[in-house]
Design a binder for this molecule. Structure first.
Ligand code: MRU
Length: 364
């Protein structure tokens, strides 16, 4: 994606090969700042504190985190300990476990002296593959958007396709392009008119902060709405499609994504609005079937609910309290949308029904 005319990825190996660069997503949209991650500890902290976030991106960061750990200590014990440290940072997105296991398997049979370089190569390959998968998701999603746009009622022919999205499943959540936002970028670049309703996505406001930022930089027409507005808009015919990303999708097509996704799927179902989930195959957890029973849901700090972050009059980042001091708060970060509420999964290999049969048809 382009920021002020310069193409960026969300993560890169620094020229000295001793550190990884990332965009600090806790500062967006107020400030565009990069961070240098130069150790296992700084990589793990970046994932935990959401300097980097989004399932595919935390997977790539995890793989580079193993590289950083191996640069300091290439022993078997250090490799095992580093994988455990990184895995513990965020439990829900399966991309993290997948990328860590893939990188560990790639390096563990090598002599210690060769491991860090092999981990770097594997992390770079995971990043490049993620870009390719996301771009392919964009192409498949664009074809579906063209179909929906062509089917708009006569009174709306040629008008923008109204798409609602939740959280941030865009460029910032991946390495480039995004998952749910890739078809939107493809549509915009292809001249297919599209307007995006952006759920603010409390408590951390990834929609209001990150999705709105991305879409604005790409010039995609969009409007930020509070999370509770989506159902109302759907009842009034103002949403043609919902598209979201996912942190883990089970083999039968249950979709775990940012808290609040389930309510959007229910509203979409009630109003006959198609509900799409865009995902690379690295987000499918083939070991799980029942998403509600089996996917670990991250509980994050109560302060994310009791407080909200923004800029003060001087442009400085401030956090203000919303709730009465004594009121407890609970902060589950993800929920599960059952497969029956999902119109289709949009993958790098095309559209699939949200079912084991549908996924196996694409992935064998
Ligand atoms: O808590 P976050 O910001 O990491 O949650 C991100 C999401 O829920 C995304 O929708 C998901 O990771 C898919 S990213 C392409």
């Amino acid at each position: 994606m382009n920021i002020d005319g310069r193409p960026w990825r969300t993560i890169w190996l620094e020229p000295d090969g001793r550190a990884v660069g990332v965009i600090d997503q806790t500062r967006l949209p107020h400030a565009f700042e990069t961070r240098r991650l130069d150790s296992l500890e700084t990589a793990a902290a970046a994932i935990r504190t959401m300097v980097v976030r989004g399932a595919p991106l935390i997977g790539v960061t995890g793989a580079y985190g193993l590289m950083l750990a191996l640069q300091a200590d290439p022993s078997d014990d250090a490799l095992v300990a580093a994988e455990a440290t990184l895995l513990a940072t965020r439990p829900t997105a399966v991309n993290l476990a997948w990328a860590l296991e893939r990188t560990r398997r790639r390096v563990q049979a090598l002599p210690p002296g060769e491991r860090a370089a092999a981990a770097a190569a594997e992390a770079a390959a995971i990043a490049d593959e993620d870009v390719a998968m996301c771009e392919a998701i964009g192409d498949h999603g664009l074809a579906e958007f063209r179909r929906l746009h062509g089917a708009l009622p006569p009174g709306r022919r040629g008008q923008p396709l109204q798409v609602l999205t939740h959280c941030n499943a865009g460029w910032l959540a991946t390495v480039d392009w995004g998952t749910a936002l890739a078809p939107i970028y493809k549509a915009h670049r292809a001249g297919l008119p599209v307007h995006v309703w952006v759920d603010e996505t409390r408590p951390r406001n990834q929609g209001a902060s990150l999705t709105a930022y991305e879409l604005g930089r790409e010039g995609v027409p969009h409007t930020v709405i509070v999370d509770n507005a989506g159902g109302h808009l759907m009842q009034h015919g103002q949403v043609d499609a919902v598209i979201v990303g996912t942190d883990r999708t089970t083999r039968r097509g249950d979709v775990c994504n940012k808290i609040g996704t389930y309510l959007k799927a229910l509203a979409a179902h009630d109003n006959g609005v198609p509900f799409y989930v865009a995902l690379p195959s690295s987000t499918i957890d083939w070991t799980l079937e029942d998403g509600l029973a089996e996917i670990p849901i991250e509980a994050r700090a109560a302060e994310e609910v009791t407080h909200i972050q923004g800029t003060g009059a001087a442009g400085d980042l401030v956090s203000v309290r919303l709730t009465p001091g004594p009121s407890p708060a609970f902060n589950p970060a993800f929920d599960v949308t059952p497969a029956r509420l999902v119109t289709a999964l949009i993958t790098e290999r095309g559209l699939a029904a949200a079912s084991e049969e549908g996924l196996r048809r694409l992935y064998g």
